[in-house]
Design a protein around this ligand. Structure first.
Ligand code: HEM
Ligand SMILES: [Cu+2]
Length: 666
């Protein structure tokens, strides 16, 4: 009746996951009860859970990423604590549990922290920057979000029911085959990634369509803000790469569920095929994450230097070059496979070539700052911290791309230090920069700068203290994923790395404090102008927070920096009040529970597949299909905002804007 699911699935002999899992679900339960008791339920349902507004969906992605970041970070603390204790000793985590933690940490950080953060920011900012009212397919967008949430939910559920994968953040066969991993850990991993992966592909389709097809009048490709360009590149990569991931994991699942032999060397399969396929997705994946981050840095640098982005066109070329080359380097992840010197050399050189467009970008950012009136706000600090740190991460990457060096450094702590050195300054810092930059747009008040700067310095210093030792122990021969060790040389460095994690922890505490303090003092921090940073792109032309329809009248774009242009013209002409446009009623998509209901059935299906409960699988799929049919047959997909309402909202915005321009003209 219940497939593989028995009472044994509750890990009573492993108190850590059990207690933390219970704590998470208890907290969730208390939260739900509190929401319902306070009567917030209907509001939450109406305004958020069923919302198809790209801004709301963006905020929900961000929330998902933040919660999962805490989880992933707790895992990191546990890993560091284990390695600090386990010198000639077993430490406090048994190997089977240690393995689950590094696997969960990596999986969560990539799929359920970095991805939701980046996709959430694109959701929030891209339609505003393009000067349009929403993405191309708003309901699909909500479905994408909820499918991502299902993945995160399943990974978290594995704490409480069953176990998580022990094979690292990528489940390499043969270890991940049924024979060597008979438990449900790999199945949790695979189904969580498959379900959220479907959501991600739909996001890719949605955003490519939006950017190619829905831009404000006059916004041609060479007038799009850099963030939109990088979002386009990232979503093209998603469309090209994610199906490969899905197919690869599908093959692994066929091996595990139906006795296929795609990756079993003994029966005609080939386990190296998995490495090739998974990295054909995996390398583009790092650019799916980092290209939008580069876009964010471009926006921030130009805004806070008070100058247009230097080398805009070369930035576009560099972005698209990275987009294409990223598909030609996958083999650098397994130079040791034995493909031979020629193949290795080709891939090594291709990998190094990526450093060229990346270098172009770094120089462009520096030239943007050069001669500008740079304001060192916290968003700008994250950006400078990134530039300084990322160069080191990039250079160690070039070093690893030398096959001869990689034979020494493969799977060492040097590698782990390298990719944290790219992903933390590259992606995580960008997310934090974007958070301070766009927060006032989303919520109508500015975050506390003093605590924001504290957060930056603690993260920046903490990052280096945590990861510089990684390079050292890596060069001293320490391999990754060690549950215990006996080389006294490594010990001081690993202790130092633990101190680094604590400094980062202090940074996170500063961020939580920043949010709490800012919310409490929000009346003082209101952004009444909609343009707190003297911005240049169209999102700053809307009120903070923007109305559901974003723009009462779609802006007419004549320049690469449309909002800056409007401000300049108004300043010069001293013509602060332009004639009022003719307001028209606006049709907006109706909210829809489709995403949430689909997610419910996806959770049921995923859980049933993991535990081999076949009748429940059929029920879950049926439910998802019925949801789809009901959605497809609905008649009233839009509602109308009357012209008077649009006029009322826009007049308030125009008044604020006129005030702002008067201020600037002074
Ligand atoms: C916030 C600070 C972070 C710390 C202190 C940290 C710490 C660690 C540690 C100790 C390991 C295991 C190293 C080993 O193999 O012995 C690890 C692995 C890993 N981390 Fe992090 N990490 C952090 C953030 C991140 C972020 C932001 C990401 C990605 C977005 C990430 C992705 C990974 C991945 C993919 C692995 C490899 C897991 C595996 O071996 O399969 N980490 N991290
Ligand atoms: Cu790569």
């Amino acid at each position: 009746m219940f497939g593989k699911l028995t009472w044994q699935a509750i890990p009573l002999n492993e108190p850590i996951p059990l207690v933390s899992g219970l704590a998470v679900y208890l907290l969730l339960f208390v939260l739900i009860v509190w929401v319902l008791a306070k009567g917030y339920g209907p509001y939450l349902w109406r305004e958020w859970i069923t919302s198809v507004d790209h801004k709301r969906i963006g905020v929900m992605y961000f929330l998902l990423g933040s919660v999962m970041l805490l989880r992933g970070f707790i895992d990191a603390i546990m890993l560091r604590a284990q390695q600090a204790m386990a010198f000639n000793a077993p430490g406090y985590l048994p190997p089977s549990h240690f393995d689950q933690i590094f696997s969960a940490h990596g999986t969560i950080m990539i799929f359920f922290v970095a991805m939701p953060f980046v996709i959430g920011l694109m959701n929030f900012a891209v339609p505003l920057q393009l000067g349009v009212r929403d993405v191309a397919f708003p309901t699909l967008n909500s479905v994408s979000f909820w499918l991502n949430a299902v993945g995160a939910f399943l990974v978290t559920l594995s704490l409480l029911v069953g176990e998580f994968s022990r094979t690292g953040w990528l489940p390499y066969p043969p270890l991940s085959e049924l024979r060597y991993s008979p438990g449900v850990g790999i199945d949790y991993y695979c189904w969580a990634i498959q379900i959220s992966g479907i959501g991600t592909v739909m996001t890719g389709v949605n955003f490519v369509t939006t950017i190619l097809k829905l831009r404000a009048p006059g916004m041609n490709y060479t007038r799009m803000p850099m963030f939109c360009w990088t979002a386009l590149a990232s979503n093209l990569l998603i469309i090209a790469a994610f199906p490969v991931l899905t197919a690869t994991l599908a093959m692994l699942l066929l091996d595990r569920y139906l006795g296929f032999h795609f990756f079993t060397d003994m029966y005609g399969g080939n386990s190296m095929m998995f490495m090739n396929l998974i990295w054909a997705w995996g390398h583009p994946e790092v650019y799916i994450l980092v290209l939008p981050a580069f876009g964010i840095y471009s926006e921030v640098v130009s805004t806070f230097s008070g100058k247009p982005l230097f080398g805009y066109r070369s930035m576009i070329i560099a972005t698209m070059a990275i987009c294409i080359i990223s598909f030609m380097v996958w083999l650098h992840h397994f130079f040791t496979m034995g493909a031979g010197p020629v193949v290795n050399a080709v891939f090594g050189i291709a990998s190094m070539i990526i450093a060229v467009p990346t270098g172009v970008k770094i120089f462009n950012w520096m030239f943007t700052m050069y001669g500008g009136r740079v304001r060192y706000s916290s968003a700008m600090l994250w950006t400078i911290g990134f530039m300084v740190s990322f160069v080191v991460g990039g250079l160690t990457g070039v070093l690893l791309a030398v096959p001869a060096a990689d034979f020494q450094l493969h799977n060492s702590m040097f590698l782990v230090a390298h990719f944290h050195n790219t992903i933390i300054p590259g992606v995580v810092f960008a997310v934090f920069a974007a958070y301070t930059y766009w927060f006032p747009k989303a919520f109508g008040f500015v975050l506390d700068e003093r605590l924001g700067k504290w957060a930056f310095w603690l993260w920046f210093v903490g990052f280096w203290v945590a990861w510089a030792p990684g390079y050292v122990v890596g060069l001293e021969g320490m391999t990754r994923r060690l549950q215990h060790y006996d080389d006294p040389q490594w010990r001081p460095w690993l202790m130092l790395a633990s101190v680094g994690v604590l400094i980062i922890l202090a940074g996170i505490v500063a961020q939580v404090a920043q949010l709490v303090v800012s919310i409490r003092t929000r009346e003082k921090r209101r952004d009444r102008t909609g343009d707190p940073w003297d911005g240049r792109s169209l999102e700053w032309a809307t009120p903070s927070p923007p109305p559901a329809f974003n723009f009462a009248v779609l802006p007419n774009v004549k320049d690469q920096e449309p909002y800056w242009d409007i401000k300049q013209q108004a300043r010069q002409a001293m013509q602060l009040v332009t004639p009022e446009p003719e307001y028209q009623a606006i049709e907006m998509p109706r909210n829809s529970p489709t995403g949430f209901v689909t997610a419910f059935f996806a959770t049921v299906t995923g859980f049933a597949l993991i535990w081999h409960i076949w009748w429940l699988v059929i029920l879950g799929l049926l439910g998802a299909y019925v949801t789809f049919v009901v959605f497809a047959w609905r008649d009233h997909t839009e509602f109308v905002i009357p012209a008077e309402e649009v006029a009322r909202i826009d007049r308030a915005n125009r008044a604020a804007r006129a005030e702002r321009l008067r201020e600037l003209a002074r």
